[in-house]
Design a binder for this molecule. Sequence first.
Ligand code: MG
Ligand code: MG
Ligand code: MG
Length: 307
Amino acid sequence: MEEIYIFGHKNPDTDTILSSIVLETMEKTKGASKVKAYRLGDVNKETKYALDYFGVKEPELLEEVAEGQKVMLVDHNEFAQSVNGIEKAKILKVVDHHKIANFETHEPLFYLAMPVGCTSTILREMYKVNNIKIDKVTAGLMLSSIISDTLLLKSPTCTDKDREAAKELAKIAEVDLNEYGMNLLKAGTDLSDFTPEELINIDSKPYTTKGIKYQAAQVNTASIDDVLKDKKAIEEAMNKFMQENGVDLFVLMITDILENNSQIIVLGKQEIAEKAFNVKLENDTAFLPGVVSRKKQVVPNIDNAIA
Ligand code: MG
Ligand code: MG
Ligand code: MG
């Protein structure tokens, strides 16, 4: 029997990697033998911390899929964020918590979307519906995803379902939610050995709305000023990326995970961002108090400003 590939989005984050692994585990528990989690890019430091902590190997790299390949998607649906060749793949399943855009299939599929803070929160619901016991490692992986996506339950994307899941999963995983959570988030803020090109790609996603191509990237830090020291080099990298990829607007969020604010650097069609966030950019940047979620506080605003 041919293998079914499971993967999340490009420039993988913790939810994308760990939810892929969790779905593989769940499918196997339900009797599927030929399912395998993959990653579409390098695993970031935060994700590596979680994998090491719970003793799980990172998935193998997947660069493209062949026509007709059976796949399951987690933590994304937009084809531009997915594996190369996705248009011709056979999508069996999607488990996701993002807006649905630029997505189409030729055949019926299992599609479970919920407006919650994290894919792993939906996976936990699936565990419950299927009456499957959650083991310690799986709980740890799901918990790590929730902590990452909700910035330790502080993001406006965080729902009661995420909070309830995190509490229960921390118990099963035998970790202290706040202590483990802070250590996990801090592991992702070490940006010291990234080049500016790498930095803008750690967590970067492409979007297209009404013909406007924009890129929204995010880096987590404990000090916005530290990151801004390299602003000139970062802007050069952003400009280069825009030229190479035909991008009209690039918004980089530098997110302070301790204070829960973001500074944005904006290049390209800056007027869209100024309208979106109701700010005047100074030296290409603006401070956005309380903004930490690309999904809820950045992408919808940009879409509205374009429309
Ligand atoms: Mg994600
Ligand atoms: Mg996610
Ligand atoms: Mg994220």
